[in-house]
Design a binder for this molecule. Structure first.
Ligand code: ATP
Length: 273
């Protein structure tokens, strides 16, 4: 039985099986298979329009693929809304920053948990009312740990709108971490950052993945090949909705189709837009 077989693969946190996603006649994903093992950083690379963001949207539930299955920790989650997937432990950052610009850094991080879980201020209040003191303290502890990890102590009470872009990206990461995710989807976390900020962000991603306190499995969509090849355990190369190759960075870099694409020959970097 398919479901039983999935649950036996204990080291696999996320699995996509023959996933198809169409927009009209465009097949953004044309039968994609992906296995993300627990503890990995698994990157997805490919040219503009390859289907990377669509894949992320299918994983967190914003899009519902027309065919195929998505399993999270052995459970088929196809019908689950993003909020339900968040409760299971799937968090997300976006290509375009989505923060509350008029609120402080700390409030944005605090709200992360509630936003991801689809509860408003009112229900958030009820949650606090019902929750034991120790749980609130534990939540505060998490907030402190996030602030410490991302080195944003000095800006915790600053309004997000007033911060430079690079720091806003950190806050967005902090907000996703507030969910205490098991799987973190990072959509172009390095885009628009300067060299120093890229190095900092790459270090934070490694810490989140490796540190005993966090140990979060990550899926990274990114165009910065240097960082991708440096920090990923596996790299999935997508082109026009099809997988070219999926394996360790050294294997992917040696793949003739990938080499051809990265040397500037047209196939892989021809966009369909
Ligand atoms: N909501 C949508 N409606 C119609 N077409 C869409 C939608 N979302 C994505 N597509 C199409 O699906 C294809 C894959 O898009 P996607 O955004 O996943 O590419 P990508 O690999 O993330 O590219 P980029 O690196 O530029 O972000 C494109 O042809 C895009 O136009």
């Amino acid at each position: 039985m398919v479901h039983a077989a999935k649950s036996k693969a204990k080291d696999v946190l996320l699995e996509l099986e023959d996933v198809h996603m169409y927009f009209g006649r465009v097949a953004a994903l044309a039968g994609v298979n992906l296995r993300v093992r627990k503890g990995e950083i698994h990157s997805i690379i490919g040219p503009n329009g390859a289907g990377k963001t669509v894949m992320m949207n299918c994983i967190n539930g914003l899009y519902k693929p027309q065919r195929g299955s998505i399993f999270f920790d052995g459970q088929r989650v196809n019908g689950f809304a993003p909020s339900k997937r968040a409760r299971l432990g799937i968090a997300r950052t976006f290509q375009k920053i989505e923060l509350f610009g008029g609120m402080t850094v700390l409030d944005n991080i605090r709200l992360g948990r509630h936003i991801h879980m689809n509860s408003g201020i009112f229900s958030g209040g009820m949650w606090i009312g019902k929750t034991k003191r120790e749980e609130i303290e534990s939540r505060q502890f998490i907030e402190e740990e996030i602030i410490d990890l991302l080195e944003i102590e000095s800006i915790r009470h600053k309004t997000v709108n007033m911060l430079p872009y690079g720091l806003q990206k950190r806050v967005e990461l902090g907000r996703a971490l507030a969910l205490q995710p098991r799987l973190l989807l990072l959509d172009e976390p390095l885009a628009g950052l300067n060299l120093e900020e890229v190095e900092d962000m790459a270090r934070f991603i490694l810490d989140i993945n490796e540190e005993e306190r966090w140990k979060v499995t990550c899926i990274l969509v990114e165009h910065d090949m240097g960082v991708v090849m440096d920090i990923s355990h596996s790299v999935f190369v997508l082109n026009f909705g099809h997988k070219i190759v999926d394996g360790p960075p050294e294997e992917v870099q040696a793949n003739p189709e990938v080499v051809k694409a990265y040397l500037g020959e047209e196939d892989m970097y021809t966009t369909r837009r």
